[in-house]
Design a protein around this ligand. Structure first.
Ligand code: UDP
Length: 382
């Protein structure tokens, strides 16, 4: 008997994190993999599918400029339901905490299809931050049949919310599978400006920012901090692959115009971005995925948020929460540049999030859900 497993995803980080699982499903004799993209992020999603060689079977094409969260949710429900009926999957996989995930998991539940949630159990403890992701995660946990928790911390969060322990497996985070797979390919930069940065051997401050709760004034402050840092450290390349969202662009870009050592790029293909992370000196970000990846490359990460649902690397000392205050950003980056001991302390390579085997553990746990084989030993950080 072949089991049909439908993976539904919509944004770049979801695509990166489901890709290793889709590849493992494709390789498994008992599974047929069906992929559905919502297209919540259009081009950034296509970039990732391409690098992993995934051709989506269904595209719900929900993206529209400036649409509200409610408009997006309504579209996902409306367009996914007939696909669920048509394909009749034995299980649906969702990943993470976007609005795609919340809508898709409820839609599958209403159709009585078991939901498998990858990266289950992350919690910041503040329903408004990150917004709307913290709520999306909690909603998704309510309709999930199999929770694939990346770490024992996320497992503990689920158990605290009275989730049945038998439905939780600790797998490690599939982002580390994706990262290791991509870094191994050693893809060269296609952007000549990045090839020049690499050849220059000069230090790099890599910056990404997109979080909804930082939109507006906070993000303008980030832009002003970048200007001050670029001027204070002319030897540094400050590199910002800027998110497609025009709200992000309008807040940050005017602050950093005309600086010779600031390089603004379009969102990078995953191969290029991971290469750039690998040669960066310091990473300044509000991204979830980057917080998980950069520590395993031994890069100090300063996180422009007040809380995190990823406390593991903070405890390990390679990630520091610094908020979005302009003065604080300038001070924290300057400290790492000026104080070698502080830099050394934060640049130890640690792998609290995964060991590259998360996809295998996930697929084994999904098989076990249907009585095929057994789960693999759980992930423990080395
Ligand atoms: N990323 C990428 N290209 C870029 C910037 C980021 O491929 O130009 C990758 C990054 O390595 C990570 C993911 O995108 O795996 C993070 O996406 P994002 O910050 O948009 O979302 P979050 O992780 O905060 O949900």
């Amino acid at each position: 008997m072949t089991l049909r497993i439908m993976t539904i995803y919509g944004t770049r980080p979801e695509a990166i994190k489901v890709a290793p699982v889709i590849k493992a499903l494709e390789a498994h004799p008992d599974f047929e993999s069906v992929t559905v993209v919502t297209g919540q992020h259009r081009e950034m999603l296509d970039q990732v599918n391409e690098i992993f060689g995934i051709v989506p079977d269904h595209d719900l094409d929900v993206f529209a400029h400036g649409q509200t969260l409610n408009g997006l949710m309504a579209k996902v429900f409306d367009r996914l339901d007939p696909v669920l009926v048509d394909v009749a999957p034995d299980a649906v996989i969702v990943q993470g905490d976007t609005s795609t995930v919340a809508a898709a998991s409820i839609a599958a539940f209403y159709r009585r299809i078991p939901v498998v949630h990858i990266e289950a159990g992350l919690r910041s403890g503040d329903i408004n931050s990150p917004f709307p992701e913290e709520a999306n995660r909690k909603l998704t946990s309510q309709t999930t049949a199999l929770h694939l928790a990346p770490t024992s911390t996320s497992q503990a969060n689920l158990l605290r919310e009275a989730i049945d322990p038998a439905t939780v497996a600790v797998t490690g985070n599939t982002v580390i599978d994706a990262l290791l797979h991509t870094v191994k390919q050693d893809l060269a930069f296609t952007d000549p400006r990045l090839a020049e940065v690499e050849a220059s051997g000069r230090p790099v401050l890599l910056v990404t920012t997109h979080r909804r709760e930082n939109w507006g004034g906070a993000m303008e402050g980030v832009g002003r901090a970048l200007r001050r840092l670029a001027e204070a450290y002319p030897d540094f390349h400050v590199i910002l692959p800027v998110h497609r969202n025009p709200i992000v662009r309008e807040a940050v870009l005017p602050q950093i115009e005309g600086l010779p050592n600031v390089l603004v790029t379009e969102p990078m293909a995953y191969g290029e971005f991971t290469r750039l992370m690998g040669l960066s000196t310091i990473v300044l970000t509000d991204s979830g995925g980057v917080q998980e990846e950069a520590p395993s490359l031994g890069k100090p990460v300063l996180v422009m948020r007040d809380n995190t649902e990823r406390p593991e690397a903070v405890s390990a000392g390679t990630v520091k929460l610094i908020g979005t205050d302009e003065e604080r950003i300038v001070a924290e980056v300057s400290r790492l540049v000026d104080d070698p001991a502080a830099y050394e302390a934060m640049s130890q390579a640690v792998n609290p999030y995964g060991d590259g085997l998360a996809a295998d553990r996930s697929v084994a746990a999904i098989a076990a859900l249907f009585g095929i084989g057994e789960r693999l030993p759980e992930f423990t950080p080395r």
